[in-house]
Design a protein. Structure first.
Length: 187
């Protein structure tokens, strides 16, 4: 999701040209929100597997109330970006609530759960930073401005994807992440 957020501009330029540039930031915010939605869903499935249906129900109610509160508190301003930021905030709070519920249900500390995610998240963050710097540097070089918006976006998108995937896999290998070995074994 972080990679999609970083590649939002080239993706939009490839698909739509420059006419949808104002929507890029909204897309990026929503993809970052997706990180927390996926993690919350993962924890929800874990609660369900442990047989804690009532706690899962409480989490779903809390999630829906937080989303509704975010909508109601931001819609009055008539700002779509503020509405999207509110959804991100609601998803982050929902993730924290899911951590707290899972802590009690599964007996894991919040620190242990976050520590488990930290290596993968750090590697993803570094990979996203590498891609963002590469895209910024390519934009400064000026040679992409000689191409059409769609072609420049396509080159940035393809190069960013290759660089992001390559740097992520390399960093996972250097960090000896067990998840990488497991994924390779499954493939």
């Amino acid at each position: 999701m972080g990679g999609i957020a970083v590649l939002g501009a080239p993706l939009f330029h490839t698909l739509f040209g420059h006419k949808w540039d104002a929507a890029i930031i909204l897309f990026q915010i929503l993809t970052v929100r997706g990180i927390f939605v996926v993690l919350t869903s993962l924890y929800s499935n874990y609660l369900l597997a442990l047989g804690y249906g009532r706690r899962l129900f409480a989490l779903e109610v809390a999630k829906d109330l937080l989303i509704l509160a975010a909508i109601l508190s931001t819609v009055w301003f008539g700002s779509v970006p503020l509405l999207v930021w509110g959804q991100l905030a609601a998803s982050v709070v929902t993730y924290v609530v899911s951590l707290l519920i899972l802590r009690r249900a599964a007996g894991f500390s919040v620190r242990a759960m976050v520590r488990d995610l930290l290596p993968s998240m750090a590697i993803a963050g570094v990979s996203c930073l590498v891609v963002a710097v590469a895209l910024y540097t390519a934009g400064l070089s000026g040679w992409l401005s000689l191409l059409s918006a769609n072609m420049a976006g396509l080159i940035q998108l393809g190069g960013g994807l290759l660089l992001g995937i390559g740097s992520y896999l390399l960093l996972c290998r250097l960090a000896h992440l067990p998840e990488l070995r497991e994924a390779v074994r499954m493939l």
